[in-house]
Design a protein around this ligand. Sequence first.
Ligand SMILES: C[S@@+](CC[C@H](N)C(=O)[O-])C[C@H]1O[C@@H](n2cnc3c(N)ncnc32)[C@H](O)[C@@H]1O
Length: 497
Amino acid sequence: MMRQHSDKLAHSIGIGETSVAEIAIGKYIKNNYGIALAEHQQATLVCAIKKICNKFNYPDASALYLDMVDNVVTTQVMELLIDEITVGETYFFRDSKQMALLRNKLLPELIQNKQQQQNKTLRIWSAGCSSGDELYSVAIILRELIADISEWNIHLVGTDINLVLIQQALAGKYSHHALRKVDNTIASRYFSRSGDSYQLTSEIMQMAKFSYLNLIDDYYPSFINEINNIDLILCRNVFIYFSEPTIRDVLNKITQCLTESGVLMLGASDYWGENISGLEKLVADDVCYFQRGVLTLNDIIEAINPDKKKYTANTTHSVTGNRLNAEGEQEIISEVTNEDAQIKLDKSDKLIQVFEQQHSKDSINAIVEASQQLATAGKVDEAIASCKKALEIDEMDINCNYLYGQLLAEKNLTEEAVSVFKKIVYLAPKMPEAHYYLGVLSFRNGNKDRAIKHMMNTVTLAKQKASDAQVLNESNMTYSRLAEIVEHEITIYSEIR
Ligand SMILES: C[S@@+](CC[C@H](N)C(=O)[O-])C[C@H]1O[C@@H](n2cnc3c(N)ncnc32)[C@H](O)[C@@H]1O
């Protein structure tokens, strides 16, 4: 009866077969996930709702909607629904003008700057990577541009919410249609034909990593997702699903992931003309892109912990020494003064020098925090050096070992990182984060079975923690979200055995 009424209402307001419950689900998705579906996408939504109802035994869309408003719908249901309505249309070398700008200007300049800084590291993120075509296009351009590529530490990471698409990316198998903009020389150099499909060479596939990340719900910059200190972010043709406030939120988080002078490229039709806070809009060869300026200590603190109180502009963060706190214990204090206008990162170096003199637990914590600031600002070598100094004070310190392991993993020093995380598991066997890294690193080493075992341990241990407790060094990730993310990773890894 209710359903008949809904359908009548839907017809009366001119929306064909869409029921009131389906419309309400569309609104719920918009309000809670920021995904605003256009009118022509209603049919996709209706189809997706039907699929979900069949799979999860909901009698109809109204029952599904009631679970949503009662807050009892599972994450699994919602993520599958989102998967269904977000379409992953993509292809190699999509948008020839943008690709030409990357090949002829942005990537050569980035490579040259890194060479001048004697830092042969490149970190590139395809956010909303779909089946990987975009990220692999960048990998091919880099392979063509860099003669001594084996001497570089190249970190290319693609993330998406659609697990099926990530699995396709990891398989590296594409249709002729996906290669329609690839020129013949490149196609024959980097793909081998097998029947109707084209297999990407292992050389290019090995350059890229793919993982699950929901741009709206998840928190980044993030060490654990390897989304930090990024030189170039491509987030193209993803915002079509998002409402404007959601786009602003996502852009704000994306900006925090860029390193100093890092570049963001959106899809040609994703930009609606507003300024993006913290980024300068630039145009070259008819293509618009955005660049981050010099990082201040505020930027770095906000990236590490967005909830931490900000230092006000035109102030300097300086260490002024020790004092006794209310309980009569020694406390290291830092003070905000108005002396200098510009806050610069070398403050972190100074903090470390001061704290090194004091062989106490507090001083280790302070060094770890300062090292984290250095790492967030892209000074990974300096951060590693200061972690080593803190470990000389206490080689068993878990937080310091953990950050040290994360930094070694970031530098692709896999063997060294594995031994640090093994040491942590020995010292703190129930630490989910350490098992997670052992999983990621085992996968990197090609040992998928071991990777899955560590990932399963991570899920079990994360579920034993208070669900709202925070993951170490992740500003806003809870253990329950970590468990969900790792369950997705297990699905992805299991499929590509
Ligand atoms: C049209 S494809 C774009 C692929 C590629 N960037 C390109 O331009 O060719 C959009 C991708 O964004 C992904 N996506 C949609 N919403 C997302 C979200 N909240 N978090 C992460 N990815 C999302 C979809 O799954 C889809 O793969």
